[in-house]
Design a protein. Structure first.
Length: 341
């Protein structure tokens, strides 16, 4: 039986769905029917029918397999995200994921099973801001790429950080416009070849997490797909932090980035990510020049500035009280949302 996406029973039906069992005709295909999906090591020996993978319930199983290329970092980010949500026991019905355009934008939309808003290129943060203001009780999460969030959408990103609105943004930095074939992005390293800088890139890249940290926001971190467990823990922290929280996730695009840089398998880029990253706790005494080509990982900033939505609601309540005193006969309407102490 198939459900419509807006069917109220959709979540429970999908969360209860079991992967197809192995039949006498042999194993079914890939994706949810992947014969290895959810198998435990002992199942591989005894060839029992697959058990259900604990995170499958967070995915839109009816559209598996994903369109990610082999070796893409998108799957690692999706896995870390689903694991973080699972560990936090957040009800996916309380989450709205907002994306822009690009391979990284596909991580939550369509693959994560929650309400998703797939918007225009570069505008995810602007849409998410509107969603959060209207639905302050929902957890609003943006997942998109370096081109989307730091290129065409760069202004929205820094102003959301400055305003400190209660959004969580996971920016997947694969150094390139992956989906459109590998054009130079604002995150492409200096000197690297891309399809639009075939001799070499002579622009300096943004250090995006540093940019966001300088703009504001209550939590800013950087991790890589090599550091999948630290990434998952950092995601949990970011999701639990009030105010604007942001993680730059350095990731691999072995196809569009790898083809011009000689790293056309995911593992080579994973090694590069590990070799070139340094934990922030190990950077004491190092100069900007020392760190020029390094990815500083870990928590860069944590603050507790007041949050935009609370500020708007408090101001609304304050002005309302003044107006009601001035015009006592006016009809009072309840303000929307709650002011948190
Ligand atoms: C207004 C607009 N300009 C350009 C495009 C074409 N376009 C689609 S995805 C993309 C780049 C995406 O790069 P990134 O955000 O880094 O995501 P990735 O595919 O690398 O994950 C571009 C330029 C578009 N869809 N809309
Ligand atoms: S083009 Fe790159 S970013 Fe896009 S799915 Fe393929 S490997 Fe991933
Ligand atoms: Mg990209």
């Amino acid at each position: 039986m198939r459900y419509e996406l807006n069917d109220p029973d959709y979540y429970s039906a999908m969360q209860a769905a079991d992967p197809a069992p192995v039949t006498e005709d042999g194993p079914p295909g890939y994706g949810i029917d992947d014969p290895l999906a959810g198998l435990l090591p002992e199942d591989l020996v005894t060839r029992k029918p697959p058990v259900k993978h604990p995170l499958l319930k967070y995915l839109r199983q009816e559209i598996m397999p994903t369109t990610f290329c082999v070796g893409c970092g998108g799957g690692t980010v999706l896995n870390a995200f689903a694991a973080a949500i699972d560990a936090m026991k957040v009800d996916p019905k309380k989450i709205i994921c907002v994306t822009g355009i690009g391979c990284s934008s596909w991580i939550p939309s369509p693959y994560f099973l929650c309400d998703t808003l797939h918007t225009t290129h570069g505008r995810a943060v602007a849409f998410a801001t509107g969603v959060k203001v209207m639905k302050p009780d929902m957890k609003v999460i943006v997942i998109a790429g370096d081109g989307d969030l730091a290129g065409i959408g760069g202004n929205h990103l820094i102003h959301a950080a400055r305003r400190n609105i209660d959004l969580t943004v996971f920016l997947v930095n694969n150094f390139i416009y992956g989906m459109t074939g590998g054009q130079v992005s604002p995150a492409t390293p200096f000197g690297v070849k891309t399809t639009t800088s075939p001799y070499k890139n002579v622009e300096h890249p943004f250090k995006i997490a540093d940019l966001v940290a300088a703009a504001g926001g209550n939590y800013v971190a950087r991790w890589t797909t090599y550091h999948a467990f630290q990434l998952m823990e950092s995601m949990q922290y970011a999701l639990g932090k009030k105010g604007f929280s942001f993680i730059e996730i350095m990731s691999q695009c072995p196809v569009s980035y790898g083809k011009m840089t000689g790293m056309s398998d995911g593992v080579s880029i994973l090694h590069m990510l590990n070799d070139n990253s340094i934990h922030i706790d190990e950077t004491a005494g190092m100069s900007e020049d020392d760190l020029e080509d390094k990815m500083v990982i870990g928590k860069l900033v944590e603050r507790n500035r007041s949050e935009l939505g609370d500020g708007l609601l408090a101001l609304n309540a304050e002005r309302r009280e003044i107006l009601m005193k001035k015009f006592p006969d006016a009809v009072a309407t309840e303000p929307r949302g709650k002011v948190e102490a």
